[in-house]
Design a protein around this ligand. Structure first.
Ligand code: DO4
Ligand code: MG
Length: 278
């Protein structure tokens, strides 16, 4: 089942049918452990609509209201390698190897709703950065009690020049206006995702693909429950939280994003998140 956050209320998609609930509050919906069962109950009270595409075109919002967006780091071997390369000169590379193996994962605060955009909106590159990449990531949608209730797609926009200069600059490399995109919807499920679920990235420039990559979520070093468990250890989230699970796709060092690039991230069971670089 897929849930789209609208400017007012939500749209529920079950198979090919859509149901509109204009009064459902996003925070109230996301904070509940039984969001999936609640969505099913809502469907029982509603009639299918035939204007879903129109609603999505006019009203679609990022699937986030008063949730904080957090992110996990160095959860795939490719991220560890990319980070070790970029920080070699600064002498920071050892930290990435250590965090990859450590019991405690790297978790960092990414953004509030203010700095996050939804599907088809513009992500940004910092003006003081010279080397920039998107990070295509599966995002856990977590209830107030710490239960994973669903999944969405995220883009953890990252400045490799700033992070590579000194790992202590991570918050500046990662958090700025337009630094994150999430959407287009939340895939609500009571089952774990299939291990062979693919995260696919395509970057187009002037109508031509300039980078393509894909990774299976089975390649992640840690379980999703472990990441969510660490996040909720000492932080409370009364409206639930979103947690990016890390990137397994890092373009080679010759690649940097440019204004006008179109970034599309696809996870088949969720959809495609598309954003243009401002
Ligand atoms: O260690 C820095 C950030 C890592 C990250 O964002 C990722 O692995 O996805
Ligand atoms: Mg990342």
């Amino acid at each position: 089942m897929k849930i789209y956050k609208l400017n007012q209320g939500i749209l529920i998609q079950q198979n090919q049918s859509y149901f509109h609930s204009p009064k459902t509050d996003w925070d109230q919906f996301i904070r509940e452990d039984n969001a999936y069962e609640n969505a099913k109950k809502l469907i029982d009270q509603l009639s299918p609509i035939n204007y879903a595409n129109d609603l999505i075109a006019r009203e679609l919002d990022a699937p986030m209201q008063n949730q904080e967006l957090w992110a996990s780091g160095v959860t795939y071997i490719r991220s560890k390698q990319g980070r070790q390369e970029e920080s070699e000169k600064a002498g920071g590379s050892d930290f990435y190897a250590r965090v990859y193996e450590a019991e405690r994962p790297e978790l960092f605060f990414k953004a509030t709703r203010l700095r996050t955009v939804g599907n088809l909106q513009k992500v940004r590159i910092r003006k003081d950065s010279t080397w920039d990449v998107p990070e295509p990531e599966l995002v856990l949608v977590i209830s107030a009690n710490g239960k994973i209730i669903g999944y969405t797609i995220g883009n953890d926009m990252s400045s490799r020049s700033i992070e590579g200069e000194n790992p202590l600059y991570l918050p500046q490399a990662k958090s700025y206006d337009g630094c994150a995109a999430v959407g287009p919807c939340v895939y609500l499920t009571s089952e774990p995702l299939a291990k062979n679920t693919l995260i696919k990235l395509n970057i187009e420039r002037g109508g031509k693909s300039v980078f393509k990559g894909e990774i299976e979520i089975s390649q992640i070093k840690r379980s999703f429950e472990e990441l969510a468990g660490f996040l909720f250890r000492e932080c409370s989230f009364p409206n639930g939280a979103l947690l990016m699970t890390g990137t397994g796709i890092v373009p080679d060092s010759g690649f940097t994003l440019q204004s006008g690039d179109v970034i599309s991230i696809t996870v088949d069971c969720i959809g495609t998140l598309t954003n243009t670089v401002a």
